[in-house]
Design a protein around this ligand. Sequence first.
Ligand code: SF4
Length: 394
Amino acid sequence: MDRLGLYISFPFCRSKCSYCNFASGVYAPSRMRQYVDRLCEEVAEAAEHAEFLQSNLPQQVDTVYFGGGTPSLIAPDDLERFFAAIHDKFTLTADAEITMECAPGQLTDDLLAVWLRLGVNRVSLGVQSFIDSEAAAVGRLHTSEICRTEITRLRDAGIRNINVDLIAGLPHQTMDSWQQSLDALLQTDVPHASVYMFEVDEDSRLGLEILQGGKRYRAADVPDDESVTAMYAVACERLNTAGIHQYEISNFARRGSQSLHNLRYWLRRPYLGMGLDAHSMLASKNGGNEAMRFANTDNLDLYCDGEPYLRPERISELQALEETFFLGLRQNAGIQPKQIAAQFGTAAEVYNDTLRELVAEGFLQIDGDSIMLSHKGRLLSNEVFGRLMECSAV
Ligand code: SF4
């Protein structure tokens, strides 16, 4: 019997970071209470929505992930009533992984006490850079000292499952400063790290400035693509050497500390997203590999006014097969062709020629019954995925 993962988006921030392309912003505190009211309603309506979309909603929940925005801004009493709403409709397994994203500097004693009481057992800290001037340049409100103190406090409180996010490609970053950030991360001895390469797109103020020109967000000080790729490669090497092994393109963990919630996205296990711009995927009642995907609006006013799920999309057998390839190859464990053939039958054969070519060209490698991205393939993963996509378009 499938179990469910819950994702809760909390789009409120103290300030807007220049690199951020999420649906988040700085809103009046009064909106937070109204927002949590709506979240509680969403929990109560979830079964009805799933039924309407002809999809299965598992009742047992084994991962809960509060993302943002900045979930560490949720007031303790709001968080308690939201958990009460979850417990009313779902059963959290005894070993459920419950993750809270946290902006360093926001962890009050009251908040920590409530998190522990509610079962939060994993915290993801948005550090981005341990170099104070780099963090400040993109609008982060913390220092490296605050990050270190916060990690110690979490550990002292009994939360050892801690992730630190870093971004390669921030303004003023150099290979030297990146190495210092990696030094600092390794010194904290956290068991999990996420390393992202800054994405240049028009959805962030810094990205837009890079595309259109300007000086406000220091676009001219952003390292070039080659430097960012080199930083990412150094991070992979140093984290792996330190025993924090890469298990997905952006994610690294010590044994037993992988993010169970994020794994469910890559393994195509069901998840229900609640809140602004949250996405969901549930198995279709039609059975087989079919699924339903749907998303919430990214407009806060519409969301708070009760706008129901938008853009429901039925994922066909062939789309499910394509996703199995792409999401599987994001992971270092790769894909298992025999398992895919057993699940999807002869439809999977359409990829065979391209897989062989990508192996011959060194983008993919074979290990026993598995095929995975090589180091070169990981650096050029968009090219690999593009080639595989052409197969399913034929
Ligand atoms: S990066 Fe995080 S804290 Fe910064 S604006 Fe985006 S969601 Fe908010």
